[in-house]
Design a binder for this molecule. Sequence first.
Ligand code: CO
Ligand code: CO
Ligand code: CO
Length: 306
Amino acid sequence: MGLDSPDDAGVYKLDSQTALIQTLDFLTPVTDDPYEFGQIAAANSLSDVYAMGGEPITVMNIVCFPSTDLGEDILAETLRGGLDKINESGAILVGGHSVDDKEFKYGLSVTGIVHPDKVLTNTAAQIRDTIILTKPVGTGIMSTAIKAKLASTENIKESVAVMSMLNKGAAKVMSQFDINACTDVTGFGLAGHLLEIAKGSKKCITLHSEKVPMLKNALDFANIGMVPAGAHKNRTFFKEVTHIDMGVDRALVDLMFDPQTSGGLLFSLNKKEGEKCMEKMKSDGLNAWVIGEITRDSDTGFLNII
Ligand code: CO
Ligand code: CO
Ligand code: CO
């Protein structure tokens, strides 16, 4: 794809029918439950292949494990969680590598395939496109609230369910439509990843903050300052290319920049197609929300949060 406009994964054309997608990701634990951590880390790694319009075919485990501090059972449970998600994706686990490390880390290197004409990038969003998001935001804020022991069991359950959900179903629906630009929401937060599309496509995006789906209580936690440092970093990093309407609540702005783990797919398509796509998501039992639109050309790429 070239490095001028960074994308979710590397793509290498093998022949006229097939291109290879390669990506890797790994995380430090985001929950206390090793099985859930394994699921989340695997879903997070697989997501970049879906964001490119591809299908994962083989994966390899990446493990850094503090064997003097943690029991083997923790590693086994983590790998079991990962394997369950790998199986759900339809990919095959073909190997991996582990090293001893002070801090536990787990993830996957993923190889996928895609038809060379069907590769989704960040660079082709069009004026008047609708922008759709497939998972609620707030997992960074929720993790902060969990660490502060403020989150309820229900809060934790919802957050884990969102992070461990594969983007496979949403990607399948997406493949039936003419998508102009796509990425997945991770460390830069919703606003940051919208700006990847804005920059790559040289367009201005309007984000309707009140339409953005959020984890239950995430706004309450943001209001009392349970906001990870990454959210503030993101906001500062993108401030030259973002305008935030005065009427947007401060806590809501924090959610727009909240770094996500294993977030949803974020894509742009023609408005009419977008309506059909939303119907298809619904009939397939999948969540999806229209959260904004492409408004005009912009050389630098620009985000208007209203
Ligand atoms: Co990505
Ligand atoms: Co990634
Ligand atoms: Co992409």
